[in-house]
Write a protein that binds this ligand. Structure first.
Ligand code: CDT
Length: 336
């Protein structure tokens, strides 16, 4: 068995006026709770450190800057160092989403993977599918999602990575730098951010590299008719139920079709007094089942012990890419 104890750290609302130290303290408490379950890896949501600010039209660069991390090294930044220090103390890997401002001034919606054994950030992903609009809706009651205004499209692709030495004594054979679907060696993982989870292309890029666990933090509005463009009128509750349904649908189906586990962590609840975000943080298996899920919409740990060998069934049978995949028929996917 190649077993891993993993957790999604769902965060309840973080408000425009929430203090950074308070949010960080909540995240540290979640990390400690996950460690009590024995978690070796804890996933935090997209833009975990602040409210989901792309819903607001922010007028000044000065204010906008307060939502971004400017220090390339999160392990040293005062905004985030205490979380990494705690991860070190507890011997837990963490993956976390945040708004990244590069030295050149470019903004990305980013997530990183921190390996406690290496004591360094071993992987970075920048969100490719940025939803919403550049300009706010004319309807003053609409929920905006101005990610295209504040972020550039991610430029790092979908690069799977091995997580070193997280499974003690795991059998290593062959070239570990190559991500092969052979069920050996350190676990292979990939990261997606929120809207990315609805697009099969990113998942398949990870599937092709043999990813066994896909991590996805999110902030998903429960009721945003201008964004979702639903055809039939829905009550806010119906819309939220549908949003949770679609969230689980894509986590379960893409896990199944790519023979991997997935972990998803929400920022949930009523942010900034009136913007409802769905919960539904969950862990799904390579057979497409939800094996653990959040009960509420506040701070909560979702935990599961997973055996990566469960990926073998799909990888070797139904979705054995080498035998059954037909690339000669799929050209249109990259032509259009
Ligand atoms: N954060 C994020 O990407 N949210 C989007 C909202 C939908 S926009 C139509 C999501 O896909 O969950």
């Amino acid at each position: 068995a190649r077993t891993l104890k993993v957790a999604a750290a769902q965060l309840g609302p973080v408000h425009l006026n929430s203090k950074r130290e308070e949010t960080l303290a909540r995240m540290i408490t979640l990390l400690q709770q996950a460690a009590e379950f024995g978690a070796q890896l804890v996933l935090f949501p997209e833009c975990a450190l602040t409210t989901f600010f792309p819903r607001h039209l922010i007028k000044t660069q000065e204010e906008l800057d307060t939502y971004f991390e400017h220090n390339d090294d999160l392990l040293d930044s005062p905004n985030t160092k205490p979380l990494f220090d705690e991860a070190k103390k507890l011997d837990v890997d963490i993956s976390i989403g945040f708004a990244e401002r590069t030295k050149e001034g470019t903004g990305y919606n980013t997530s990183i993977y921190y390996s406690v054994k290496k004591n360094e950030v071993i992987a970075k992903y920048r969100k490719v599918h940025l939803p919403g609009t550049k300009e706010p809706f004319e309807n003053p009651d609409a929920v905006n999602q101005l990610e295209k205004r504040y972020f550039e499209i991610g430029n790092l692709g979908f690069k799977a990575f091995r997580v070193p030495d997280i499974i003690p004594g795991v059998l290593k054979k062959g070239d570990e730098s190559k991500a092969e679907r052979n069920g050996l060696g350190d676990p292979i993982m990939g990261m997606l951010i929120c809207n990315d989870r609805r697009w099969p292309e990113g998942w398949r890029c990870y599937g092709l590299q043999g990813a066994e666990v896909v991590l996805c933090g999110y902030n998903t509005a429960g009721f945003a008719p201008d964004l979702w463009g639903t055809q039939k009128p829905m009550t806010p509750q119906q819309a939220e139920d549908d949003a949770v349904f679609h969230h689980k649908l894509v986590m379960q189906s893409n896990s199944y079709m790519n023979s991997c586990f997935s972990i998803s962590a929400a920022k949930a609840g009523l942010e900034d007094g009136k913007y409802d975000l769905i919960g539904g943080s969950c862990i799904t298996s390579p057979e497409g089942h939800v094996i653990a899920e959040a009960k509420g919409k506040d701070d909560e740990i979702v935990f599961a012990e997973i055996d990566l060998n469960e990926c073998r069934q799909g990888m070797e049978k139904t979705f054995d890419f080498a035998r059954h995949r037909r690339t000669e028929a799929y050209g249109l996917i990259v032509e259009r």
